[in-house]
Design a protein around this ligand. Sequence first.
Ligand code: PLP
Length: 398
Amino acid sequence: MTERELFFRHIAQTSPSPPALEISHAAGCYIYDKSGRHYIDLIGGISVANVGHGHPEVLEALRRQSEAYLHVMVYGEFVESPQVQYAKLLTEHLPEHLNCVYFTNSGAEATEGALKLAKRYTGRSRILCFERSYHGSTHGALSLMGDEYWRNAFRPLLPDVWHLKYNDITALDEVDEYTACVVAETVQAESGILAPEKEWLKKLRKKCYETGALLILDEIQSGFGRTGKLWAFEHFDITPDILLLGKALGGGLPLGAFLSDKKIMNSLSENPVLGHITTFGGHPLCCATGMAAFLALKNHAYMEQVKQKEQLFHQYLKHPEIRKINSFGLWMAVEFDSPEKCRKIIHYCYQNGVITDWFLFRPECMRISPPLIIEEDQIRMACDRILKSLEEALSSQM
Ligand code: PLP
């Protein structure tokens, strides 16, 4: 059997027709398949590879830590330098009240931990979240998913979870003294890069202060320079009570985190003790690579060029079939007039050496969230290939 056949036989599939690219290796903004073809990676593993694939400083950190130790103890019991140093570094780049980090295995686990923390700290049960939001695929996180189509098959889900309209002023009336937390993506990813009004987010922040509800901002996709600032909330002049991180946090290895003030976080260590338990959360390898990626992001000033590179995509991606491009930094949704057309174009993009994707709640939009290190000539080449794919899709009978 070929490896491709083994893949379809033994690896669980999450969609009926995965692209099944046979990966050989990846470097910078390129992924190479086993036939030697290269692909420009326009999605970076869905906002993971912000400093590109195989960044030498990340690989060096991986090597060094792997020679020291791998897993030694369940989370939070021993002093492990990679965790401690990374937590220190992260909190130095955050507002003062986000001074305590709980590292997890994934973004979804960060969401789960944060929901439990909010319930435990406030003594309340109500969770407010938003339509067209995505916070992970485990049962608690799935309960927050902002579309009934994606939730319904898995009921019963968490009780007392209410979905409000994002960016809608009247929705804020629902935040009250029974609310444990309001969970929002600072910029909604899966609804096609939808940024809220600054005033709306500020009013949401104020309402949470007034009612004692905790504001949880999910920056699992938007964090680590994706929007041109380290954290997307910096664009809106607000700060959350709990911050969710993931994806680029691990520099290519699996890592998530929820962060809050130590005084809030302490409620997970008593009554009952071990309020959240994880064996591998904050794995030393993942913290070491995450920290190296974070330092690379800062030291090489990749973020500073995000806005300019965003404009290049707008400049090069012009075609009558493109209805609109929503973007917020190097994070964009290219809108076509139907999901079928978008699907076809994505198919041809793969044929032409570009890796891209669609959005959960906007299947008519194509995703662009490349490594932030992408260069101008690579942007130009990627856009040329997309436009070629578009033409081929239009003239095909597929
Ligand atoms: N929150 C957002 C905004 C995400 O985009 C994702 C993943 O796509 C998650 C949470 C869940 O993260 P993970 O897939 O690591 O569980």
